[in-house]
Ligand binder design. Structure first.
Ligand code: G3P
Length: 478
């Protein structure tokens, strides 16, 4: 624990020449729990060089062998679920049960990706020239999907394992090499996950994991000429990356303000369960969390009472005890959340519970009668605070949803499927859930954000395709 975890380069665990480390503060104790290397730009250069070399032979490795190694990594990951989950508990205060679920889900994602990769990368197209006017059948075109080269993966703190493998596995099955820059909070869980790939026997240099301060190596990584693709999940750093990155494919998932629209004919019990699950699991630190409830005035009192009753049953405390609500990831995050709460208080929101905070632990809070002039109506708290806005028409709900800069997911509760589809079509979000809370999983579903919520589309198949490009070979007949 007082050692500094090494970074992974060229198939070995190494200590940085910087002699410096980055502390990982346990959100619950607010004390340093782990330390990781503060890697230098020179070490990043070395990682990029080995990644480029290793990728050449990896691309020539038969597809079935690439898949076989991924299946091995998936199995090793699941065997190591307990120690990795323990890191998630200590580094990001993820409730113990959810932490194990994240690791198992990650193993399943890697395996599914191996199978899907064999399917979609194992086929191409065969085109003949005379299907286009003016041509004879003298040209045969064979297409295939080839790798991009070196993929830089930057996952967020809230899923440092699952949102890492959701980038790593597609990159590898497609024949790319992979450089991972994990979040500071969650870095040791990520390093342990990388060790599982190491144990599975991937070629040296194909996978690397560098840790360190964003201020020292962040831009250096994302603007590095050796990077051929960036897959980033996180906050608005992604917008900065998109402005600085070169002419390379970008896959970005940047957060959201997922709206939950409740119609007058909604099953309010079902809605209440999903609002509490969607709004408060992992203390609201999910990009797909329910972040604003837009409820028709006529059923608002009944809905708020049902949600209040369920919020009262949420357990609050340490992740080791599997509490529903655990400390948010950093003190600065807790302060940001508090700022939104105080703004709402000052502007007259109705507090359904007393606001309570101890260190990074914030008790779940439902704010009713929220109005559009309050920051919480638009900003993403990434915490256990949920605003309720009462609407007098469905159009008002759709308008509020579409007025947001975000467009990740949304959800609708109604018994009228026709109405649900029409509202879904009108919502400018990448996904709309009907009669359930927003969620990224299952991980083979497409997952994309519109507007400021991201670039490109994730989900296993889309990620594999995005990490390849098309190669055409044309046979010209005499
Ligand atoms: O916050 C990251 C986003 O991917 C959430 O995933 O599975 O909790 O909906 P999930």
């Amino acid at each position: 624990r007082d050692g500094v975890f090494k970074y992974y380069s060229d198939g070995m665990w190494k200590t940085s020449s910087s002699g410096k480390s980055v502390p990982i503060i346990n959100p619950t104790t607010r004390k340093t729990y782990f330390k990781v290397q503060a890697c230098t730009q020179e070490e990043v250069n070395k990682v990029m060089d080995t990644a480029k070399i290793a990728q050449k032979s990896w691309a020539r490795t038969p597809l079935w062998k690439r898949a076989e190694l991924l299946h091995k990594a998936a199995a090793v990951l699941k065997e190591h679920k307990a120690p990795i989950a323990e890191c998630l508990v200590k580094e990001i205060a993820k409730p113990a049960k959810d932490a194990v679920t994240e690791v198992v889900r990650s193993g399943d994602l890697v395996s599914y990706c191996a199978e899907e990769g064999v399917r979609i990368l194992g086929e191409g197209k065969f085109l003949v020239s005379d299907s286009f006017p003016g041509n004879e059948r003298t040209k045969y075109c064979l297409t295939s999907k080839i790798p991009l080269g070196v993929v830089l993966a930057i996952p967020p703190f809230n899923y440092p394992v699952n949102l890492a493998v959701s980038k790593i596995a597609p990159a590898l099955i497609a024949g790319n090499s992979l450089v991972l820059k994990p979040p500071t909070q969650g870095a040791v869980a990520a390093l342990h996950m990388v060790h599982c790939f190491h144990l599975a026997g991937f070629p040296k240099g194909l996978i690397s994991c560098v840790t360190g301060k964003g201020s020292e190596i962040g831009d250096f990584l994302t603007m590095h000429p050796g990077v051929n693709c960036i897959s980033f999940t996180g906050g608005d750093t992604g917008i900065a990356i998109s402005k600085k990155a070169g002419m390379i494919p970008l896959q970005m998932e940047l957060g959201g303000k997922d709206a939950c629209i409740i119609l007058e004919d909604a099953d309010l019990d079902l809605a209440a369960v999903n609002i509490v699950k969607g709004g408060f699991s992992y203390s609201g630190q999910r990009c797909t969390a329910v972040k604003v409830v837009l409820v028709m005035e006529s059923v608002a009192d009944a809905l708020v009472e049902k949600v209040k009753a369920k919020v009262a049953k949420l357990t609050v405390g340490s992740p080791e005890d599997d509490c529903d609500i655990t400390p948010v990831v950093t003190e600065s995050s807790a302060n940001f959340i508090e700022g939104l709460v105080m703004d709402a208080k000052q502007k007259g929101a109705t507090f359904c519970q007393e606001y309570k905070r101890e260190g990074n632990l914030i008790w779940p809070l439902l704010l009713d009668h929220v109005r559009p002039d309050m920051r919480i109506a638009w900003e993403e708290p990434f915490g256990p605070v949920l605003p309720v806005i009462r609407i007098s028409s469905v159009e008002e709900g759709i308008h509020h949803c579409n007025a947001s800069n975000f467009g990740l997911q949304g959800c609708i509760f109604t018994r009228d499927i026709n109405k649900a589809i029409l509202i879904s079509d009108a919502m400018e979000t990448g996904t709309v859930q009907i009669n359930s809370a927003p969620a990224r999983g299952p991980d083979h579903f497409p997952f994309q954000g519109l507007k400021d919520s991201g670039i490109g589309s994730q989900g296993i198949t889309n990620s594999i395709n995005m990490m390849t490009k098309i190669k055409s070979t044309v046979i010209n007949l005499p």
